[in-house]
Ligand binder design. Structure first.
Ligand code: AGP
Length: 616
């Protein structure tokens, strides 16, 4: 779960690599490093613990020349975060340098074999084993770099996206992948090549990308078309795709943090998500996946939704939406549990994978398992061309643009938006939702973006409330029905960025245990909007108040009843209960943002986390 970037061309590589690393820092920021090769065949590696900025400071004043280079930003898996374990790693002779995202599972046994051959290791990483194996293979079989990498990779079990440079091949950059993402950017006339873990570092330079597939190796040399082969030495041709997202979408646009920008982006991004899919005059939904695979989808006997973290929370809401509108039974599973429990899957099952990044290792593995067993795979993904998008037989992109803040915000509402459209359209096709209700809800859905804008008008109030609760050690979040998964998501946001312990519960479950935690020190965030369980939630608020818990309530605008129970109130516009999560999650995102800011935390890059969890 690291980020890699590489460049070969006529420009100086260092600034390009550094800039690329900054764009990939969401993937990890335990350490950063760069290897540069110039035409005098001088290979140099610079590394620093912590963020890319440390690398920038540390390497200044050194020889940074070179038109070929590779770089890495790390999320530690094998070996503590320190300079010794930072990438790039050299081979013993310091002739070859490598960067790697993934895990080599059999590195211990390869290491033992290489130690018997006299190889020494400096770091504790699995990656150093790989570069030594490549050097060993190259020497033992008298191979050029490309076939040596190809042969070495046949001995490897695990996941990798790698980039390699070699002093003895000064016009070559080699990259390969298996189960970790790798994108190749190609300039006109093959004058320059870029590789990276996703397209964001490339788009400033080229829009033409090739998505390298599993077990493929690519050799890049200036002026030549990329040579791509698989591990069986078969030559591979790939089509060149055009990436369309705008560079402005991955910059902060005047906001102090990506997270705040992404919260504020939600109205526009939800409009993007609905554009071309909802006919606002007829209040109708057209999803191409549902048109192209209508029979398979409307005849599903069961739907299984897979995801992790926030995407799993969206899945819980997907279940409620699909069961309400389409009347198909839905199960929601953590991908990480599903993949190891020998699940029963039939050919009549549809599996929906939800993933912002499209690269979450557990979700990829769970999907592959479901696909092998005959299920039909539907992806709800943000990252265009990502692994999950390509494994899925069909799907619907959420189209909310790159999400950089580690804590997911606009991806969550984008996922909910797609799930709502999917459930409504599926229900309509199956005849399980009344026509009138369908058109009414479609119309209400199109109004969500402007209703979110209204919540932003209360930002100052949310900021004030955040100050009251900043130094709490624990939080409880309560919600019922459609707002129960929102309670889970609100608690996750707070944990991730402010490091305050928080738990979400269905409000009525509180009296079965968690109520024992309530005292005057315990903030309880209650989502208590006017829906069919409103009166019940009001009773839950009274139970908390009776035990002196400190209530912060999310209420429907105009509510007077709850106003009499607590002064900490955030109002949200009225929407039908099925659409409420798209609205009620917004104040919770802002609340966690401001609490983290009050505590001086790094909201965009919280400790121990990475945006895309590409290891299991
Ligand atoms: C959300 O704030 C988290 N950063 C995390 O739970 C995330 O949702 C999870 O890792 C799944 O990622 P994905 O959507 O890219 O698959």
């Amino acid at each position: 779960m690291c980020g890699i970037v590489g460049y070969i061309g006529k420009k100086e590589a260092f600034p390009i690599l550094l800039d690329g690393l900054k764009k990939l820092e969401y993937r990890g920021y335990d350490s950063a490093g760069v290897a540069l090769l110039n035409d005098q065949q001088s290979l140099r590696v610079y590394k620093a613990k912590g963020k890319v900025i440390n690398l920038e400071e540390k390497s200044s004043g050194n020889d940074l020349s070179g038109t070929i280079g590779i770089a890495h930003t790390r999320w530690a898996t094998h070996g503590e975060p320190c300079e010794k374990n930072a990438h790039p790693h050299y081979s013993s002779s310091e002739e070859i340098a490598i960067v790697h995202n993934g895990i080599i599972e059999n590195y211990q046994s390869i290491k033992k074999d290489l130690q018997k051959e006299g190889y020494n290791f400096i770091s504790e990483t699995d990656t150093e084993v790989l570069v030594q194996l490549i050097e060993y293979t190259k020497a033992k079989y008298h191979l050029e770099l490309f076939p040596a990498v190809q042969k070495a990779l046949t001995c490897v079990i695990g996941a990798y996206a790698i980039a390699i440079i070699d002093k003895s091949h000064p016009n070559t950059l080699i990259a390969a992948r298996k189960s970790s993402p790798l994108v190749l950017g190609v300039s006109d006339n093959h004058e320059e090549f870029y590789i990276a873990s996703d397209a964001s570092p490339l788009i400033e330079y080229t829009r033409n990308v090739i998505y390298i597939e599993d077990e493929e190796i690519v050799e890049l040399s200036i002026g030549k078309a990329p040579r791509i082969e698989n591990l069986q030495k078969e030559s591979i041709e790939h089509q060149v795709n055009e990436v369309s997202f705008d560079i402005g979408m991955i910059e902060k646009g005047g906001f102090p943090h990506f997270m705040l920008k992404e919260i504020y982006d939600q109205p526009d991004r939800l409009n993007d998500c609905m554009r071309g899919r909802i006919n606002k005059e007829l209040n109708e939904i057209k999803l191409s996946a549902l048109i192209d695979h209508k029979d398979r989808l409307i005849n599903a006997e069961r739907i299984i939704i897979l995801g992790c973290g926030t995407s799993w929370h969206a899945g819980l809401l997907g279940k409620q939406l699909i069961e309400s509108f389409a009347r198909i039974p839905v199960e929601v599973e953590y991908s990480s549990e599903f993949r190891y429990r020998n699940p029963i899957i039939s050919e009549k099952d549809v599996v929906i994978a939800i993933s912002q990044s499209g690269e979450t290792a557990d979700t990829i593995a769970a999907l592959k398992l479901a696909k092998e067993r005959g299920a039909f795979i539907f992806g709800i993904v943000n990252a265009i061309g990502s692994s999950i998008a390509r494994i899925a037989e069909t799907g619907t992109y959420i189209h909310v643009g790159p999400e950089i803040g580690v804590a997911s915000t606009k991806a969550f509402t984008g996922q909910l938006n797609v799930l709502t459209m999917f459930a409504l359209a599926l229900g309509y096709e199956r005849g399980s939702i009344e026509k009138e209700k369908y058109h009414h809800l479609v119309n209400e859905l199109t109004q969500i973006p402007e209703k979110i804008e209204k919540i932003f008008a209360q930002e100052e109030k949310i900021q004030e409330i955040s100050k009251i609760f900043t130094y709490a050690r624990n939080f409880i979040y309560l919600g019922r029905g459609f707002n129960y998964p929102v309670a889970l998501e609100g608690a996750l946001k707070l944990k991730e960025i402010s490091y305050i312990h928080a738990e979400g519960y269905p409000a009525a479950e509180m009296k079965h245990g968690p109520i024992a935690l309530i005292d005057e020190e315990m903030p309880v965030v209650v989502i208590s909007t006017k829906d069919n369980v409103y009166e019940k939630v009001v009773s839950n608020i009274q139970e908390v108040s009776a035990r002196k818990g400190r209530i912060l309530a999310i209420v429907t605008e105009g509510d007077t009843e709850i106003k009499n129970m607590t002064e900490n109130i955030i109002e949200v516009p009225h929407v039908p209960s099925e659409l409420e999560p798209l609205i009620t999650v917004i104040p919770l995102q802002l609340l966690s943002y401001y609490i983290a800011i009050n505590k001086g935390k790094d909201v965009d890059q919280p400790r121990n986390l990475a945006k895309s969890v590409t290891v299991e």
